[in-house]
Structure formats: C-alpha cells, structure tokens
Design a protein around this ligand. Structure first.
Ligand code: DC
Length: 212
C-alpha cells in the first residue's frame, strides 16, 4: 500500500473448460512445456525443467497472444501433446516456484484478473476477490471440443486424466480457497458468467474498497 494507491487482484481458479480466461496462467505452464519439447528436455527431468522455467521469457498480451522468448506460440501451446506435458510440468515444485514469481511480478504494478489453478490458494492468498469457477465434466468436454479444431476422439478421457493430475498433485493442487465464491457455469452463457462475477465484485466494492 503506497500513497493510498490500492491495486486489485481478482483470482479465478477452476478446471479446464469451466469458462475462465483473463491473465491465463495456464498458457505459462504450456509455454514452458513447449520449450522443453523443443529442447528435447524430458518433463521428468525436474532439475532441467526448473532451469527452463526460470530462464523462460513469457509475455501474455491483452488480446490473448502468448510469447515465448519473443516468439508468438499461441497456437502451438494448444496441441493435445503440449496440454498433457503442461500438466506434468505443473506438478514440478521448481517450475511452479518460477511461474509464481513471474505471476506476482505481473500484479506488482497493475490491477489484474488472473486465472489458473492456484491463484486464490497460493499465488495471491490475499486476493481482493476470489472466484472458483466450475462446470460439469460433460459440459467442459463439449466446450473444449468446440474450441479445438480436429479435437481428438478421446478428448473426454484426456480432460479427466489432466484434471485428476491437477487436483491430486502434492504441490499446489487445484482446490477451492476457503474464501472463494463458487460459481457453476454449466448452462450459463458467457454474459451470464460475467454478470455472476460482477455481482461478487460489486459486493466487495460496496464494502468500501476502491481500486485503480
Ligand atoms: O488452464 P490450462 O488448461 O491452459 O492449464 C494448462 C495446465 O497447467 C493444466 O493442466 C494445469 C496447469 N496449471 C497449473 O497447474 N496452475 C495454474 N495456475 C495454471 C495452470
């Protein structure tokens, strides 16, 4: 808190296809996994994975583009191979440490809406607003199918496997923070999800907080 300026952090966590999307921290784990594949570093090599994660320059642009070491990798990080490798990379404590450091730096000079798996629980335990956004598995699979050109036939199984790993890993698993508001987006439109989230934010603001 410097000079009365108060920046806001809004944390949104939830499983794949639940309807998140803002500062997309999943893209960061995906970028590290992509770089490892290109360098032929195995995701089981924890030491080298941590080195790559610390050395990676990752930029997330407002329009949704992801840059890895200055190169636009937005499309390449969305393949099924990179999805699986990102989930494995995200279980490595050193990789998580490096990503959390970058995420905290992103919120040091600007208000942010950040989504992931551990934003409300680990990265910003003092976030001003915490949302846990969920949807039932069949609906999440349908959404992923709709957004993935040439979606694999075993997409539902892949999603289940990744969810299971993200929820049960030892380091920062996907959990709802105790003070997060749970929103089920099954059957809601994007506009309806937005309205639900705005209600939560307005309730916080009416408690006397103002943000820049
Ligand atoms: O949100 P996504 O599906 O693009 O995330 C890719 C992988 O990264 C996912 O399997 C979980 C992991 N992840 C994480 O562990 N922590 C985050 N804050 C964001 C993503």
């Amino acid at each position: 808190l410097s000079g009365g300026r108060r920046l806001a952090v809004i944390a949104i966590d939830g499983p794949a296809g639940a309807g998140k999307s803002t500062i997309d921290t999943g893209a960061m784990y995906r970028a590290v996994a992509l770089w490892a594949r290109r360098q032929e570093v195995s995701v089981t090599d924890m030491h080298r994975m941590e080195q790559l994660a610390a050395a990676a320059s990752i930029e997330l642009e407002p329009g949704g583009r992801a840059l890895l070491n200055g190169e636009d990798v937005s499309a390449e990080i969305r393949t099924p191979e990179v999805s699986a490798a990102a989930s494995q990379a995200a279980a490595i404590p050193g990789v998580r440490r490096a990503m959390v450091e970058k995420q905290r730096a992103m919120a040091a000079s600007a208000s942010v809406v950040m989504e992931g798996r551990d934003i409300g629980s680990v990265v910003f335990p003092n976030a001003d607003v915490k949302i846990f956004l969920d949807a039932d598995p069949a609906e999440r699979t349908r959404r992923r199918e709709a957004e993935t050109a040439g979606a694999p036939s075993d997409l539902a199984a892949q999603l289940r496997e990744r969810d299971e790993r993200d929820r049960t890993r030892a380091e920062s698993p996907l959990v709802q923070a105790p003070d997060a508001v749970y929103i089920d987006s099954t059957g809601l439109s994007i506009e309806q999800v937005e309205e639900e989230i705005l209600k939560v934010i307005r309730a916080k603001l009416s408690n006397g907080k103002t943000f820049e």
